[in-house]
Design a protein around this ligand. Structure first.
Ligand code: AMP
Length: 287
């Protein structure tokens, strides 16, 4: 596996590469969620590039940029074992040699759900993702459904800016207790962790309800709130049934719905979601 650190190096590598290229954008501190995206990338392309960059412009001034976990040695070993061809690890100065004035952003879709409490988050994500797309010219890019709003916004960006890139939304990888894997789970104490599982308990209860035929969003939201209310350490920020197209709340579920949750446990902010898929007559729930 090559470890490349500059734009010049990654561009030179890309212009020499033939066949299909997959890019997996990450902020590192790899867990099974990241590894599953790398496996998908491996299956879909001849070359796999993984970018590892803790992107400062997607963190708010009071967020966890400085304490965000970093472990390059561990990440290098995992990526190399998985057959990744290139690990692209630029510095902040390499990516942003001058203060950024140009952004990709979504004025309305980026200001709902997570955008309500993280106003500049998605424009930071959109900007770095466009930069990484331009540096690596990928054919295919897997993203995790765990960050549901993110992958939906990127799909929209690709469509609306006519980028010839296939975005693949991949299933959420969970720990044995159901908690969605996240680099931020490392912030949780054992007691926090017990509370954090309440998010999964809420989503699981919603799944049962939907599988039993419930379609009314209010009833589903109620059930989730009741379940999550049993975990006093869980500070729910939002718990909504939304459309994956408009990201707006819907009254009744359909095959384009997403149940989206953000909650705080202590100082750690966690997100999770559930996608309703299938066809009108045969709705299925992916958790
Ligand atoms: P991050 O390093 O947190 O920015 O995540 C990099 C990529 O991994 C994003 O596409 C995430 O959605 C994806 N990802 C993070 N956690 C998971 C998970 N538990 N399951 C699947 N994908 C994930």
């Amino acid at each position: 596996m090559d470890i490349l650190r500059t734009k010049k190096e990654i561009r030179a590598w890309r212009s020499a590469a033939t066949g299909r290229v997959a890019l997996v954008p990450t902020m590192g501190s790899f867990h099974e969620g990241h590894l599953s995206l790398m496996r998908t990338a491996r299956a879909l392309a001849d070359h796999v590039v993984v970018s590892l960059f803790v992107n400062p412009i997607q963190f708010g001034p009071t967020e966890d940029l400085s304490r965000y976990p970093r472990d390059l040695e561990h990440d290098e070993a995992l990526a190399s074992d998985l057959g990744v061809d290139v690990l692209f690890v630029p510095t902040v100065e390499e990516m942003y040699p001058q203060p950024q004035e140009t952004y990709a952003y979504w004025p309305s879709l980026g200001s709902v759900l997570c955008g309500r409490t993280r106003p500049d988050h998605f424009r930071g994500v959109g900007t770095v993702v466009i930069k990484l797309f331009n540096l690596t010219s990928p054919h295919v890019v897997p993203f995790g459904r765990k960050d549901g709003q993110q992958v939906l916004l990127i799909e929209r960006l690709v469509r609306e800016l006519d980028l010839d890139i296939e975005i693949v939304a991949c299933p959420t990888v969970r720990d044995v207790d159901g908690l969605a894997m996240s680099s931020r789970n490392g912030y949780l104490s054992p007691a926090d962790r017990v509370q954090a599982v309440g998010i999964y308990a809420g989503l699981s209860a919603a799944k049962v309800l939907i599988e039993n035929g419930e379609r009314r969003s209010a009833a589903i939201r109620n059930e989730m709130s009741t379940l999550m209310g049993k975990y006093p350490g869980l500070g729910v920020e939002y718990c909504d049934v939304v459309s994956r197209d408009s990201l707006k709340p819907v009254d009744a579920l359909d095959h384009r719905s997403m149940l989206a949750v953000a909650a705080r446990v202590g100082t750690t902010r966690l997100i999770d979601n559930l996608w309703v898929v299938g066809t009108e007559g045969d709705l299925r729930v992916e958790l």
